[in-house]
Design a protein around this ligand. Structure first.
Ligand SMILES: Cc1ncc(C[n+]2csc(CCOP(=O)(O)OP(=O)(O)O)c2C)c(N)n1
Length: 933
């Protein structure tokens, strides 16, 4: 048995309780405990001189249990609602439930329940009262779900020891009042000057700003270099003004909404509303840049920015400027996420983001979460919003400590912020502050809340602001006079009034100006790598630790790789080797790489093997991390089974560190629609809306191969529909060399002309004999946007088939290929930006052309046809253009391999204009003859 000294007050209670049971009935405890108790008696001296036998043991146990209940469930009795809503309470918090009277407690020593909270010589009664003040006041410590005992003890000690309370580290009460005056004046001024204009006022949650001040102050002191704040609409303008120091003039100018100087005649420039804009504040200490606080722009889609901010924090804390794996330092950056009380439990992306928090490839060393809890979601009340007891309930499952705090108690709020930061600094894990306030107006300032919450809004109308309440407290404490409270409020109204009077809306209105990419930048970058260099890289990639046992089957693959660059003109470089060589050469060029996605380390189709596992002891070896030529770091992580949050995360990582190559790969491209919010709201539109320049790469396995409707399509039509204003590049390569050059081109463009790159990648084609390239094609070539038919004689060609991706392999493999000298097949390898020049040149290459056909395996309403049609018509210059596709369909593919095979066969027949399907007939008619699904 552990020594008696090792038991804290609580555990002692349990031991004593067990001992008492044993004394009454030895069989009531387990044999092991019985054996111990046979030779053990509890020492008496430890319980404040009173011999145990002299104390009423049941009362001791009851007092210990009461104290434990207060620690666990005290938050249920805490006064968290500034509007006076009744706390639910819990019977276990009552002394009577435990059979205790006040006298009983007065007869017991304080040390039984908590010595730290009271003076020596006080009783358990005083200690229980003190515990209630800690756990049942305006802060609710919801921490019993933290399963790591050391953390839970630390949290309890922090709460009970008053480590974060005045006077140990006093909160400056007058400064706090001043800050609250500033926060309030801002909203009042906007309300007065722009009545009814949407600003999503912070009022009712004004303490959010001092809470952020506190975290940022602590972060600055502890040497953190980057703070990333993610937040939605509520209070955003106020936080921008006061936490990110966005000038009042700029905010006021945005309210005036002058016609932008960037207004484009072609109407294609979009921009975004003011409460989506981002901001950045550099806090300098002397010569050195000490701290950067930034808030990225975000869309209306609530919580979508959460993983983005996490990715940014991860990037900011990652050192990747030397070969090997990168190093993540949690002391460099802190993410802060501000959530809505309806959005936090409601939006799935929150759970996805929380799930990232402790994964090696995604951890950011702890996020500070604040739920800006105004007890409403638009018009919806809590009981219709979440099934958990609190809005924060989800965080419990992730063992995140939670402090609920009444937003009208400024000191308690500041303490919560301090505790959050200290916990994060100590354990590098997430912490959540549930800041419980209210919403002074409707959802927006033009909205009438009385329609749906009449009673609540009667209370709110009578509720003094937190500034007024705090002002009164300071007056009561004799710290200031009443006139000072009012003077402080007036001062900031005057500041705003002055800023408004000086306003020059045209000049003060600043909008992001997207730069037009330098024309043809993508075409100019050199991507070839000399053969000698490729051989060196390949040899280095093949070096394994001497005692490493490679899996039998992979050993053979590696052996083959030993010679695959020997013959310059043999097609020996397969897709996987080309990809690996692209990465190796990019690292050697000094660009770091991060690759994530489900099962990417091996690759869904077992082609990549970027991480080898020793067949005997399971230890791992990552060739791209031991590459001597690498001048930048390489990391690859299997992601959790998530699309939305992880794409958001990688986008965030990418915009924070744009000079690194960041790649996300889908398991199958079909699952990309799980991340449609990230695609629509960030990846394709961040540049148009916010002037950002993402360059994330998405690898999306795509092809109709008979695996059913959900393993067929990466939905290229969706990306192409979203392609405009040169916002993305979309490619679909058919050879290993093409992929090699495409990846290298992307890496080279990161600093020149960054754009997201969407690649439709192969599945069965990974091992198709048409795909491998010659070493020379890597050493001398470049990415070709369009690949013409090298076999057809131009003057023989009457029918030109344009296609993209895997259907090319089927067209070439068809028996018609040899017999039809009049048919040429041209691959469109880059779909956007549309290679107009190459399309036209390909058409003009064939002087006797009669028919141009777009061939795709996707249904006619999907794939590329609808998008490319106008460009093809344009390039065709009056020549007939038609298409061959599966019939229009609500789902992408057949749910049967045999039907797929039949349809695919018919499709190829039609493409060649075979006898059964007249060449000139519109495909849609002939497509109807395909076997119906
Ligand atoms: C994904 C998504 N769905 C719906 C909306 C529409 N909407 C905007 S604010 C809001 C209520 C949000 O409530 P809460 O999270 O509590 O934040 P609050 O506005 O109360 O601060 C809703 C439903 C949205 N912006 N995003």
């Amino acid at each position: 048995m552990a020594s008696w000294q090792e038991f804290s007050g609580l555990n002692r209670g349990y031991v004593l309780e067990a001992f008492e049971r044993y004394r009454q009935d030895p069989a009531s405890v387990d044999p092991e405990t019985r054996a111990l108790f046979e030779t053990w008696t509890p020492p008496a001296e430890d319980i404040e001189q009173a011999p145990v036998d002299a104390l009423p043991l049941q009362k001791i146990v009851a007092a210990v249990n009461l104290a434990e209940s207060i620690r666990r469930y005290g938050h249920l009795a805490a006064q968290l609602d500034p509007l006076g809503g009744k706390a639910p309470g819990d019977p276990s918090l009552l002394s009577s439930t435990h059979g205790l009277t006040d006298e009983d407690l007065r007869a017991l020593p304080a040390s039984l329940v908590s010595g730290a909270l009271v003076d020596p010589g006080q009783t358990a009664y005083d200690a229980i009262a003190a515990l209630r003040r800690v756990y049942c006041s305006t802060s609710g410590y919801d921490i019993s779900h933290v399963f790591v005992p050391a953390e839970r003890d630390w949290l309890r000690q922090a709460a009970e020891g008053g480590r974060f309370r005045a006077p140990a580290d006093p909160i400056h009460p007058v400064k706090l009042l001043d800050r609250l005056s500033q926060v309030e004046a801002f909203e009042r001024f906007l309300q007065r000057t722009f009545p009814g204009k949407t600003r999503f006022s912070i009022e009712g949650l004004d303490m959010l700003v001092p809470v952020l001040d506190e975290v940022i102050g602590e972060a600055a002191e502890s040497g953190i270099r980057n703070i990333l704040i993610g937040m939605a609409h509520r209070g955003r303008l106020n936080v921008m003004a006061h936490v990110l120091n966005k000038p009042y003039a700029q905010i006021l100018a945005e309210f005036k909404e002058p016609v932008s100087r960037n207004f484009r005649e072609d109407m294609s420039w979009t921009g975004d509303v003011k409460y989506h804009a981002g901001a950045l504040r550099a806090i300098r200490g002397g010569e050195r840049l000490d701290l950067v606080v930034s808030m990225p722009p975000n869309p209306s889609h609530l919580e979508a920015v959460d993983p983005v901010v996490e990715g940014m924090a991860r990037a900011a804390g990652t050192i990747a400027d030397a070969g090997g794996p990168p190093r993540f330092d949690p002391g460099r950056s802190v993410p802060i996420l501000i959530h809505g009380d309806a959005a936090f439990p409601g939006q799935g992306v929150v759970a996805e983001t929380l799930n990232l928090s402790r994964l090696p490839g995604y951890s950011t060393g702890g996020t500070i979460h604040v739920i800006a809890n105004n007890q409403l979601g638009f018009t919806t009340a809590a009981e219709d919003s979440f099934s958990t007891s609190y809005a924060s309930g989800l965080a419990r499952g992730f063992k995140i400590p939670i402090v609920h705090v009444n937003a009208d108690d400024p000191e308690a709020c500041v303490e919560a912020a301090r505790l959050a930061f200290a916990y994060r600094a100590r354990f590098h894990k997430d912490f959540l502050i549930d800041l419980v306030g209210y919403r002074r107006y409707g959802h927006n300032e033009g909205d009438e809340p009385g329609f749906t919450q009449p009673v609540m809004y009667q209370t709110i109308a009578a509720q003094p602001t937190v500034r007024e309440l705090w002002g009164r407290t300071l007056v009561e404490r004799g710290l200031i006079g009443g006139e000072q409270v009012e003077a402080s409020a007036k001062k900031y109204m005057t500041v705003l009034q002055t800023a408004y009077e000086k306003l020059q809306p045209e000049q003060d209105f600043i909008e992001p100006t997207p730069e037009t990419p330098p024309a043809g930048a993508a075409g100019r970058v050199a991507t070839a790598v000399p053969l000698g260099r490729l051989r060196e890289l390949s040899a280095a990639l093949n070096v394994f630790p001497p005692d490493f046992t490679i899996h039998r089957k992979l050993e053979r693959v590696r052996e083959k790789k030993g010679q695959f660059l020997d013959a310059e003109d043999e097609r020996t470089v397969d897709w996987a080797s080309a990809e690996e060589l692209a990465y190796a050469s990019i690292l050697a060029d000094g660009v770091s790489i991060r690759i994530t996605g489900e099962d990417v380390e091996r690759g869904t189709f077992s082609h990549r093997h970027a991480v080898f596992h020793d067949a005997v002891d399971g230890r791992i070896h990552v060739p791209l991390q031991t590459l001597p030529q690498a001048r930048a770091a390489f990391e690859i992580h299997n992601s959790p089974l998530t699309e939305n949050a992880v794409i958001g995360f990688e986008y965030g990582y990418n915009i924070q560190e744009p000079s690194r190559l960041v790649i996300w790969e889908a398991q199958y491209g079909d699952f990309i629609n799980g991340a449609q919010v990230m695609i629509d709201e960030f990846i394709v539109s961040a540049r148009g809306k916010w002037g950002l320049r993402p360059s994330l790469v998405l690898l999306l396995p795509h092809a109709h191969e008979g695996q059913g409707p959900d393993h067929a399509s990466a939905r290229p039509e969706r990306f192409l529909q979203l392609a405009a204003d040169t916002n993305i590049r979309v490619a679909n390569c058919t050879t290993a060399a093409q992929f090699f050059h495409l990846l290298r081109r992307q890496a080279a463009l990161l600093t020149v002309d960054p754009l997201p790159l969407i690649v439709l990648t192969p599945k069965s084609l990974l091992r198709h004999p048409l795909v491998p390239s010659t070493p020379r094609e890597l050493a001398e070539g470049r990415f070709q946007r369009v690949i013409r038919d090298s076999e057809a004689r131009p003057e023989d060609v009457r029918r030109l088939l344009f296609c993209s991706g895997k259907v090319y392999a089927d067209l070439v493999a068809a028996e018609h290929r040899a017999a039809r000298a009049d048919v040429a097949i041209c691959r469109v390898e880059q779909l956007y930006p549309v290679p107009k020049r190459e399309l036209r040149a390909a058409i003009e290459h064939y002087p006797n052309l009669e028919q141009i056909v777009w061939v795709q395996e996707e249904p006619e309403n999907m794939g590329v046809w609808d998008f490319i049609r106008p460009w093809l018509f344009d390039a065709a210059d009056g020549r007939p253009v038609t298409r061959v596709a599966r019939p229009r369909s609500a789902s992408p593919a057949e749910g049967s391999a045999s039907r797929h095979a039949l349809n695919q066969q018919a499709l190829i027949e039609q493409a060649y204009g075979a006898a059964s399907t007249p060449a000139a007939a519109p495909a849609a008619e002939t497509a109807a003859t395909l076997v119906n699904k």
